[in-house]
Design a protein around this ligand. Structure first.
Ligand SMILES: *Cc1c(COP(=O)(O)O)cnc(C)c1O
Length: 419
């Protein structure tokens, strides 16, 4: 514990913790599922609610943050998070709806190239979206969804993905960071390989955006999509994001709607759409202004802290946690299934245990909020913006106490509705 306190004293990012609403008596290790609320996010949400109060319909073009331009303004602020040009990014939709838009726009089965490449550890929603898009085109997912297998049930080897890049693959959709094991995929190498094989490639950045840096434009990725309520702390259901490489600008949106119009033309109300000449073309309907308002404040904190400093601290937090797991939990039946190497490890530690569901219930009863993933996964995410080394230490010591005292036996080994 002394060591943890020393690390906190030396932490150059420690002032950011004060920006967040941290409940006393609670240690929050679930910022990779839903980030905490910051005072800045609260402020910008309240400001935008006030502009509705004060301006009514005129809030679209008047007031301090006219709603009509808010998505584009936030997109420009979001671009550095993914290493893109401002016009390549759009704050819109949700992870899943943005993936639908990307598939509807860019999946063009042609001759022998009729298949989509994904991985067997992918998030279910992404797989549902891919399967439904195949079915919409009369293609059987059993044949046309090619799923790369994991060798050990936790990690996906890049060489196995590249090995599956046949000339029947039109498109590859992969995570930047696997949501369970937290493995970071080598996006530059995968992108290069995909293009060598004539395949379009895009990434789901849900578990990396706000946690580490990206260079989507320079890597040459074709597209990407993500949510903003995890590491970006945009609040439950906050508006998602998409990236379209500029080489694809001008491709007609597969799912068209008037908010994808060139902003100068939108209110001409013509029945022939003039799409925006950039990623804005892939918006559909009226933006969810209150669901993006908190981002305006939240993103400021990242600009001040800097992504590279946040990533550096995040790696130190998870490394510290891994060391404590090794020291304190040995012999208690845990298996650490996240990669140990810094370059391959995302923003959380992933433990498996046969009693995971009730161990998580016991942790919650002790005030530690983990993230249970059925059937036996425990994700622990110490977040660089607001968690401390002391909290990491307390989390693992609490876990040790629960195991030593078998306190988890008081709970049922079942998941709740959400988890
Ligand atoms: C959180 C998450 C999602 C969630 O999708 P929504 O459309 O935002 O509900 C999708 N994919 C991955 C990898 C995720 O981690």
């Amino acid at each position: 514990m002394e060591e943890a306190r020393d690390l906190d004293r030396l932490d150059s990012l420690k002032r950011f913790r004060e920006e967040f609403y941290i409940q006393p008596e609670m240690i929050y290790m679930d910022g990779n599922s839903l980030g905490l609320m910051s005072r800045r996010a609260e402020r910008t949400l309240l400001e935008i609610m006030d502009s509705w109060k004060a301006h009514g319909i005129n809030g679209w073009t008047g007031g301090e943050r006219p709603w009509f331009y808010l998505p584009e303004q936030l997109s420009a602020k979001m671009a550095p998070f993914v290493g893109a040009k401002p016009e390549e990014v759009m704050v819109t939709g949700s992870t899943t709806s943005n993936l639908h838009q990307i598939l509807a726009t860019f999946f063009r089965p042609d001759g022998k190239r009729t298949k989509i490449l994904a991985d067997e550890l992918n998030f279910p929603s992404d797989i549902y979206a891919i399967k439904s898009q195949l079915e919409l085109r009369g293609l059987d997912p059993v044949e046309h969804l090619v799923s790369v297998n994991s060798r050990d049930g936790h990690l996906i080897e890049e060489e196995d993905i590249i090995g599956a890049m046949s000339e029947e693959i039109a498109m590859a959709i992969l995570p930047s960071v696997l949501y369970r094991s937290g493995q970071v995929l080598d996006m530059p190498a995968l992108t290069e390989a995909a293009h060598r094989h004539g395949i379009l490639i895009g990434y789901d950045l849900c578990h990396s955006v706000g946690a580490m840096e990206h260079s989507l434009h320079d890597w040459g990725a074709d597209f990407a999509f993500w949510c903003t309520y995890k590491f970006l702390n945009g609040g439950p259901g906050s508006t998602g994001g998409l990236f379209i490489h500029e080489r694809h600008f001008g491709t007609a949106p597969g799912l068209a709607g008037w908010f994808g119009s060139d902003k100068e033309k939108q209110f001409d109300m013509e029945h022939t759409m003039t799409p925006a000449p950039h990623a804005g073309a892939y918006q559909v309907g009226t933006p969810n202004i209150f669901s993006m308002a908190p981002l305006a404040g939240s993103l400021e904190l990242f600009e001040e802290a800097g992504l590279s400093a946040l990533r550096e601290k995040s790696l130190r937090l998870t490394r510290f946690m891994m060391e404590l797991v090794d020291q304190e939990l040995d012999g208690h039946g845990f298996k650490m299934a996240n990669p140990r190497e810094d370059g391959r490890r995302g923003g959380h530690v992933y433990l498996e245990h046969e009693e995971a569901a009730r161990i998580c219930s016991a942790l919650k009863a002790e005030g530690v909020i983990p993230d249970f993933r059925a059937p036996k996964g425990i994700r622990l995410a110490p977040v660089a913006l607001y968690n401390s080394f002391e909290e990491v230490c307390q989390t693992i010591l609490t876990l040790k106490k629960i195991m030593d005292e078998k306190a988890y036996m008081k709970f049922e080994n079942q998941r709740g509705v959400v988890a």
